[in-house]
Design a protein around this ligand. Structure first.
Ligand SMILES: Cc1cc2nc3c(=O)[nH]c(=O)nc-3n(C[C@H](O)[C@H](O)[C@H](O)COP(=O)(O)O)c2cc1C
Length: 401
């Protein structure tokens, strides 16, 4: 049941099964610190009744961001200001995790025209927004593993109950797992085990730095949905190693910039029933459940209480991740649990032009960060104009810092 509490192996207790899945906010203050906007946003989400808050991607390294407006938490990161964010995210009584990431070859070209990557394999996606990746030396890979440990320790010092390692959606750790992007022949490439080594060593570094009572979550693709890419059998093996490594919560997602299944759903989805189609990756999670017993959160597509309850009852999901619905209805978890509604509103379908839908979600996030309610009536064109202006200002501030 969505309202049932759930205890993770490390002892952290979720008051219910609905989690705020990580969503990049792109509203850091100049210097890439957490500021008043992020605090307002997370206080709003915290009051909405989720059983777990997960922040948008916070970067472990200054030159590799998902967007110029990300929070950076390297050795120059501001832990004191992050502590205010942790406090806001926990204001509703649920635990909060910081998602930590290195964007690798998906770093925007304006941030870094020569981003680090497992191999010098450029993204094939149509967009022109990414630079020419540079193959990392083994020492550089080891430095990133150390950075994940150090950043997690800073999150713990700031008051977060745990972290989530972003190893999904094509960012650095996910690209190491992807045989199309990782052509290495050293100990970080080749076999599935070698491709998973940066992730597994990051988990070990974090456990060593943060101790047994601190939650470690990993967001992992069920598959990349690219021919020859990271696939479900790979995922089953990696999930087994993560279970052995003592990971507390595995979040199952899918896709990357070349195949954005995390947002659009699976490219091969021909499932008949609407309940089955609602949860993009649930049947993949069910496949994982046959070989691992670690707690699993499944994210992508959930919009109805019926779909969420069915996923929990199936045993494949222990926690339901919600993303876009919380951009429009931050209090949806509380209202679902109270029985005041049985589904998320579907305002996205009316957004035009369709290519502006993501900008429209960023606009809703921005509104909440300003203390305003989301406004589904904003047009895609308006949202895109504001989004483009904010991104340009973020890039200018990043370059000036
Ligand atoms: C605006 C926005 C920002 C996102 N940023 C992140 C992120 O920083 N890290 C991450 O793991 N996923 C990110 N995602 C993906 C979500 O966590 C989630 O996997 C996806 O939206 C599918 O869930 P939904 O159908 O409930 O929206 C983002 C999604 C949206 C809409």
């Amino acid at each position: 049941m969505i309202e049932s509490p759930y205890e993770l192996p490390c002892g952290v207790v979720l008051p219910n099964r609905l989690a705020n899945a990580a969503m990049t906010e792109r509203i850091a203050e100049p210097g890439n610190h957490a500021g008043a906007r992020l605090i307002r946003l997370y206080r709003t989400w915290a009051e909405g009744g989720c059983g777990l808050q997960i922040t948008g991607n916070i970067q472990v390294e200054r030159r590799h961001l998902e967007a110029a407006g990300n929070v950076i938490l390297d050795e120059a990161g501001d832990v004191a200001r992050l502590a205010h964010l942790a406090e806001a995210a926990k204001a509703g009584g649920a635990p909060a995790f910081a998602q930590i990431s290195h964007a690798g070859r998906q770093t925007p070209v304006g941030v870094n025209p020569a981003p680090h990557a497992p191999s010098a394999v450029k993204l094939t996606e149509a967009g022109v927004g990414h630079g020419d990746p540079v193959e990392m030396s083994a020492e550089q890979v080891e430095a990133v593993i150390v950075a994940f440990g150090a950043t997690a320790a800073r999150c713990q010092a700031a008051g977060f109950d745990g972290i989530q390692i972003h190893s999904a959606h094509g960012y650095l750790l996910s690209s190491f797992l992807n045989p199309l992007a990782n052509l290495r022949t050293d100990r970080f490439g080749g076999s599935a085990e070698a491709r998973a080594r940066p992730l597994l060593e990051a988990v070990a570094a974090i456990r060593a730095a943060c101790g047994a009572g601190f939650a470690i979550s990993v967001k992992l693709n069920a598959a990349d949905f690219l021919k020859g890419g990271f696939d479900l059998p790979d995922c089953v093996r990696v999930a087994g190693w993560l279970e052995t490594a003592g990971v507390d919560l595995l979040e199952v997602s899918g896709g990357n910039y070349e195949q954005p299944a995390m947002i659009r759903g699976r490219p091969d989805d021909r499932r008949e029933s609407t309940i089955a189609r609602e949860a993009f990756f649930l049947d993949y999670a069910a496949e994982l459940r046959r070989s691992v017993s670690l707690p699993m959160m499944v994210t992508g597509g959930f919009r109805t209480r019926e779909g969420m309850e069915a996923a929990l009852a199936s045993g494949a999901a222990d926690v339901i991740g919600l993303g876009r619905p919380l951009c429009l209805e931050p209090d949806l978890p509380a209202r679902l649990i109270a029985g005041e509604t049985d589904r998320a509103i579907d305002a996205e379908k009316d957004v035009t032009p369709r290519g502006a839908v993501m900008a429209w979600y960023y606009e809703q996030i921005f509104r909440m960060s300003e203390g305003l309610a989301p406004d589904p009536s904003i047009t895609g064109a308006e949202a895109r104009e504001r989004f483009v202006a904010r991104e340009a200002a973020n890039l200018e501030a990043y370059r000036a810092a």
